[in-house]
Design a binder for this molecule. Sequence first.
Ligand SMILES: Cc1cc2nc3c(=O)[nH]c(=O)nc-3n(C[C@H](O)[C@H](O)[C@H](O)COP(=O)(O)OP(=O)(O)OC[C@H]3O[C@@H](n4cnc5c(N)ncnc54)[C@H](O)[C@@H]3O)c2cc1C
Length: 439
Amino acid sequence: MSADKIMASRRAFLGAMATGGAAAALPMAGPAEAQQVSTNASIVILGAGAAGAALANRLSERLDGATITIIDPRQEHFYQPGYTLIAAGLKPASYSVSTTAEWLPSGVRWIAEGAANIDPETQVVTTDGGETVDYDYLILATGLELHYEGIAGMSRDLIGQNGIGSVYAGPEEAAATWREMDRFTETGGRALFTRPATEMKCAGAPLKYTFLTDHYLREKGTRGRSEVIYAAHSSSLFSVPIVHEKVRMLYDDRGFDTVYNHVMTAIDPGAKVATFDTPDGPVEIDFDFTNVIPPMRAPAVIRESGLAWEDRWVGQGWAEVDPYSLRHRRYPNVFAAGDVAGVPKGKTAASAKWQVPVVEDQLVAQIAGDTTDHTYNGYTSCPLITRVGRAMLVEFDYNNTLTPSFPGIIAPLEELWVSWLIKEVALKPTYYAMVRGRA
Ligand SMILES: Cc1cc2nc3c(=O)[nH]c(=O)nc-3n(C[C@H](O)[C@H](O)[C@H](O)COP(=O)(O)OP(=O)(O)OC[C@H]3O[C@@H](n4cnc5c(N)ncnc54)[C@H](O)[C@@H]3O)c2cc1C
């Protein structure tokens, strides 16, 4: 890269930071500034992750007198966008770990148990410890479930052995994935990458990890004796056609072998063979290293609640909400935000960033006997890493229209240092500001 380009990149980064921090990664919507509303309503939030904690913070400021209860058994809070950096050997596992307690506001009751049952008719949630909690309004923010058992022969405890990685499972598993990838790239061989056929969080992550493995193979001089295979679940690499085309070109340039309509159904860890369902029947591909990405679905409590879509995403159980208001289509006192929301885009922290203020405003308006035209447009963002030090900042909406936060400064489909910095430096503080309800 020339000195001029480096300077231009630096200027772009500083410009981006000056105009709103990591706005392009998690665009700023501003904290709750509207007037407080007095109410004695009882609000229950299921899940204290990115979306749930952000809503607890924002609603506790907006509502005076409400009883807000948040239910989540997890003591740790995981900053999941950091997993890719951990699995690239750039951050330690601790980079993604904080505590749930530190993000929850005082005045909100936290029940540290799982929600086991929801009865939307009687408006009662039952925890797995047997406590029952009545609600006037319910917010579903449970995130999603990684269904490793949906791949025959696969389980979480295989991650970090026999060339098997999985960036998704958690910070420790991401670090174990790095150890396997680091070992593999020392010698080279066949690397196999996949994605599931279900909806998934951060659909760019499987693509990023393919690029990152290629990066290390080249850096260590083992690319020449290696094969990189990407098995796409459909006939496309990415749901937004223009992004698919750009990634396809980059994959061709890097010499990846892309196969389409391949869905991983089984893995034999000892033999290092994966089986794929394809239109031509089962196909086996052996590997020296693979990044297993399991099918994803809503947690059982949502799937079995009567609140899930029945005729869309069958078997995945996403909450049946209106894509714009995020209000449940049959139970108007129920909302969903984050990965569990059954909407056609989203499932990134950046999407949650845009969804949370919509749920807040819709709910507060409803409590006040009012309406609002504040809606979610499907905004989804993915800093798509293409090598260490470069990324493309891909942002789009329900219509597959690219929605760059910095038109003229950060080109969405160019591999830029500034976009890498947004992922590597700026995204984490912006994420935590969101969780705190401040961005
Ligand atoms: C590898 C990877 C890379 C990613 N990269 C990016 C990126 O670059 N940019 C980006 O914007 N996003 C990225 N994401 C996606 C982002 O992390 C998620 O979309 C975001 O965390 C979703 O927030 P959430 O609140 O819906 O779910 P979560 O943050 O997962 O929180 C869900 C919470 O619900 C709780 N819960 C589950 N079941 C129950 C139950 N039965 N009862 C009560 N509580 C329950 C869980 O314990 C958890 O605390 C990435 C994700 C991964 C895995």
